[in-house]
Write a protein that binds this ligand. Structure first.
Ligand SMILES: [Zn+2]
Length: 75
């Protein structure tokens, strides 16, 4: 879909934990930290979640329509 990036895995958006306060999706990384991607970035079309502790990345599988329910949670 987008440019070729080497990702560790592909994860469905439903498998992420959404924090409505931080507006961030997160998913456990093998290093013990969590992959993170912000709702705003995903609205902009970003689909790569990055772990802040190691350099691993995962691709988030979602449709733009999927974001509606999370945006409602924030509003
Ligand atoms: Zn990590």
């Amino acid at each position: 879909m987008s440019e070729q990036i080497s990702v560790y895995d592909q994860i469905e958006i439903e498998d992420f934990t959404f924090d409505p306060d931080l507006q961030v999706f997160s998913y456990p990384c093998p290093c013990g930290d969590r992959f993170q991607i912000s709702l705003g970035d995903m609205e902009d079309g970003e689909n790569i979640a990055v772990c802040p502790s190691c350099s691993l990345m995962v691709e988030v599988i979602f449709e733009k329509e999927d974001l509606g329910e999370y945006i409602d949670e924030v509003a």
